[in-house]
Write a protein that binds this ligand. Structure first.
Ligand code: ARG
Ligand code: ZN
Length: 888
């Protein structure tokens, strides 16, 4: 049954202190929970209702004596607690079975080590509690376990005592000096080793940083530790926020549902976002480690010091913290060009993942109004769109104004559990003259209305008056539960280019200042701006830097877009111009009759791409982005009826054309960008590797038609000799995706080389499942790989590497006319649901957009979803996803 935001009520009881004692045992862990609780004075007296899930209750005591209690579903209800405002001592003794916990929520065992995951509602699987983020308490935690099997015992805060016990056991006692909601509780116990680093913060306070991993992985933690040190320094420098703990720990586990978790002082990470060495991790992995380490660290202030009132406010911490980690990565990247690359990558994620979500059955506002299972709402909308909503605030008040707003936010709310409204109010109040303050109530619609707005732009040049009138109109399609939308506040940054690509000065009618770029704030359904002194018909450069998360509908001519591709001073829009042209040609080819053409891209566009590829000053990373065609999923979003096979064929044909037409240029790019010297994962070097990787694939693709085997041979050579995983994996991918004969021996060799590196074996599975060359043969290969000794559905990373790669990242192989891909999907969803509903529900989202599919896919996909929905004992997680997908 659904939970509604409007039903929020303050807690009737508060928990002041919690004293937890764990006797850790994989089969049966005993948890003694002593709480001091108090009635909330502002709320009418009520029974105490504590949440629990899969717990065995042994004893309940109140103020040292027995008490009556009852169970209401999974809640423990105490109706006869003492009246009045005195604190009550409550003691609850329960047991749970961590070894059987395959959901990986609550307390579980991974490779012989205990871990916890409590966000969002996992703490109730550890003990009975008020499992809601607005109940904040002080924690003392004592861990007791066998010393040999669990030498390291960790929890939040400071270690205040430790020592031996009888029977080969030992204990450790931790005290967290900060109040926290229970979703930030964590414990870890096992055989771990740590990289340690002492640092001094600006204020002179000393801190111990630790990164814990399994013995043998220690040399893969240097990058994570560096990222952590940079994160600490960055938050001090940019926002004046210092580390508030003596000790800050990161622990890695290979069994984790998500990326990582910001537990106070004890972050727990998926190994994928901690471990990195040049021989096992790619440049993308290195960048992800930096970004996720930053993200979790930044939560210490945005999430932990100020947390969410309820889970509907999830984006309060997630959107803001993604914004902060994006800014961190940009500041770390350094150059304006590297910043632009990061911005383009982030927008690409938004457009290929969030826009479809916002247009599909799971569409929800950044601050949802209801949910059935909160775990289903850790989405690209909450995270990435939420970050864009914060970014618009940042841009509307300016960088310094935003820093002032953050300061006010902490002055007002440090130590509290608050709402998205509280955040935007603080940013606006700190900037009373800003457009944000001026339009605050309307701006908040970004939090309440779902769907991606469309901004239509139409320009009119008056040569006689030398004016250019730009009319912007906004609309937003209906989404589930929201038929009509009110206008948003949409900042549209624009510039004007001359026909030769030079920047034209911008002067708004009635003002005398001229600028090169300007932000227009669209608040009405339609508004017109007139620019004066425009000496020639301009090429408008609209939505620079992707200044708002909208779809821009502007019908620029091919010539205009080519001008932007060659000259736009806004790096984002320069890239965007190429994407728009490619998309335009792709859609024309999709709509055309008959077989897919081999010359979809016109010669002038190919020549323009050649100019970018050969450009003397552009960064390699940027070139690589420009030369990468829009994703099939992005193309699909532009269409009302989607034939995935047609889209796949069109994109493959375009890529083949680029491979052949630019063959000499790719060879040049490969030769001139191949790196020498020591491996460094910095943006410049990784950009060069990305471009050579793409070049190699293009050269192997061109070899398919020319029959020239030199390039596949070179790729194999590079695969064998590469000194780092990026070059090695790119070479392997080039062989696989081009269908080279050498792919098979290379895959075998790769497995043999890395059989003891789980994260690399994940790549091995993933590459084969996302093979875009083998079409109908991919599914049988995936089924075969499920029988591989290294495959396990229980490990989320492994399940994602094979099953998700096939169902979500390989549309050309997944959408089959015989429906076998969908049948496979439904079987895996059901199989996973019995093990781990959270992961199953993610997989269930793979068919979100079924209703747009052309026949026979549409009917077959609907049947597959209905087959899942027909299962009587589905988890809430999967039930919510498939129910919404079917639209009932
Ligand atoms: N708060 C974590 C992060 O964004 C994500 C944890 C979500 N976990 C979950 N089981 N839903 O960094
Ligand atoms: Zn987060």
């Amino acid at each position: 049954s659904a939970i509604y935001r409007a039903d929020y009520q303050a807690p009737a009881w508060l928990i002041e202190t919690v004293d937890l004692t764990f006797d850790l045992d994989p089969a049966k862990t005993r948890v003694l929970n002593k709480m001091r609780i108090r009635r909330n004075p502002g709320v009418p007296a009520q029974a105490l209702r504590l949440d629990g899930d899969e717990l065995n209750l042994a004893r309940v005591m109140v103020n040292g004596g027995g008490t009556s209690f009852k169970m209401d579903g999974s809640q423990l209800v105490l109706e006869n607690l003492p009246e009045g405002s005195d604190p009550v001592e409550l003691e609850i003794f329960t047991t749970c079975a961590p070894a059987k916990n395959t959901k990986l929520m609550g307390l579980y065992v991974s490779e012989g080590t205990f871990f916890t995951q409590c966000e969002a509602e996992g703490f109730r699987r550890i003990t009975y509690f008020l499992d809601r983020p607005d109940v904040m308490a002080l924690y003392t935690v004592t861990l007791r376990a066998n010393r040999h099997d669990y030498p390291v015992l960790l929890s939040n805060g400071n270690l205040v005592d430790a020592g031996p016990l009888d029977d080969g056991r030992h204990f450790a006692k931790w005290v967290d000096p900060h109040k926290k909601p229970c979703y930030l509780f964590a414990l870890v116990a096992g055989q771990l080793v740590a990289r340690e680093q002492k640092i001094k913060s600006r204020a002179g306070r000393e801190h111990l940083l630790q990164v814990f991993v399994r013995p043998g992985d220690l040399e893969k933690t240097e990058h994570a530790m560096n990222a952590l040190m940079h994160s600490v320094a960055w938050d001090e420098a940019r926002f004046g926020l210092s580390l508030d703990l003596d000790r800050f720990m990161i622990v890695a586990t290979s069994d984790f549902n998500m990326g990582a978790m910001e537990n106070k002082g004890l972050n727990i990470f998926n190994t994928k976002y901690v471990l990195a060495s040049q021989s096992t991790a790619t440049d993308v992995d290195f960048a992800n480690v930096e970004s996720v380490v930053g993200h979790e660290y930044f939560h210490n202030w945005t999430g932990n010091r100020i947390t969410c009132r309820d889970w509907f406010q999830l984006s309060l911490k997630e959107g803001l913290t993604v914004f902060r980690d994006q800014e961190f990565s940009m500041d770390m990247a350094g150059t304006p060009s590297a910043r632009a690359v990061k911005r383009i990558e982030d927008v690409r994620v938004l457009r290929t993942a969030q826009f479809p979500e916002d247009a599909g059955p799971m569409a929800h506002p950044v601050r949802p109004d209801s949910y059935i299972e909160i775990n289903n709402f850790y989405t690209v909308t909450i995270y990435e769109k939420g970050s864009e909503v914060v970014r618009m605030q940042h841009n509307l008040v300016g960088r310094d104004g935003f820093a002032q707003g953050m300061k006010l936010y902490f002055q007002r709310h440090d130590g509290q559990a608050v709402t998205c409204d509280d955040f935007v109010q603080a940013i606006a109040d700190a900037n009373p003259g800003s457009a944000l303050a001026q339009h605050l109530e309307q701006f908040k619609r970004w939090y309440s209305q779902s769907g991606t707005p469309v901004v239509q732009a139409r320009g009119q040049y008056d040569a006689a008056a030398q004016t250019y009138a730009l009319t912007l109109s906004q609309s937003c399609a209906a989404t589930p539960g929201q038929a009509d939308k009110l206008p948003f506040v949409i900042p549209v940054e624009i510039g004007l280019l001359g026909q030769d690509g030079s920047a034209l000065p911008l002067q708004l009618q009635g003002t005398d200042a001229t600028t090169a770029s300007q932000t227009l704030v669209l608040t009405e359904a339609t508004q017109t701006w007139v620019f004066t002194g425009v000496a020639q018909a301009p090429v408008p450069s609209l939505l620079r830097g992707f200044s708002a998360p909208v779809v821009l509908d502007y019908d620029g001519s091919d010539a205009e877009l080519l001008t932007q591709l060659a000259h736009d001073s806004d790096a984002f829009n320069r890239w965007e111009a190429g994407q728009r042209l490619a998309l335009r040609y792709a859609l024309q080819a999709v709509h055309a009759d008959g077989a897919v053409a081999t010359d979809i891209l016109p010669g002038d566009f190919v020549a323009a791409l050649r100019d970018v590829l050969r450009h003397p000053t552009l960064d390699a990373a940027y070139k690589d982005l420009v030369l990468t065609l829009p994703a099939e999923s992005y193309m699909a979003e532009q269409l009302d009826v989607v034939d995935p096979q047609r889209i796949h064929a069109v994109r493959e044909s375009m890529r083949q054309q680029l491979a052949e037409a630019l063959q000499a240029d790719w060879a040049w790019a490969f030769d001139t960008h191949s790196a020498t010297g020591a491996y460094q994962p910095d943006p410049i070097s990784s950009g060069r590797r990305a471009l050579t990787g793409s070049a190699l694939l293009m050269l192997c693709l061109a070899a398919r038609t020319s029959g020239d085997t030199a390039w596949p041979g070179k790729a194999y050579q590079r695969f064998k000799d590469a000194g780092n995983m990026t070059d090695r994996f790119n070479a392997l991918s080039a062989l696989v995706h081009s269908g080279a004969e050498l792919a098979k021996p290379a895959l075998e060799r790769f497995h043999a080389l890395f059989k003891s590196e789980p994260l690399v074996i994940d790549k091995w599975f993933s590459l084969q499942a996302s093979n875009c060359d083998r079409g109908g043969q991919v599914l049988p290969a995936v089924k075969q790989l499920m029988k591989h000794a290294d495959f396990s559905l229980k490990n989320p990373n492994r399940a994602r590497s094979l099953i998700f790669s096939y169902c979500s990242a390989n549309p050309g192989a997944f959408h089959r006319t015989d429906a076998a891909g969908y049948v496979f999907w439904s079987e895996r969803v059901l199989e996973l649901d019995a093990i781990n509903p959270q992961v199953a529900a993610r997989l269930a989202r793979a068919l979100d957009r079924w209703s747009k599919l052309a026949e026979p896919y549409r009917t077959a996909a609907r049947e597959a979803i209905a087959r899942v929905a027909a299962k009587p004992d589905l988890s809430n997680d999967v039930r919510e996803v498939v129910t919404r997908a079917l639209g009932d």
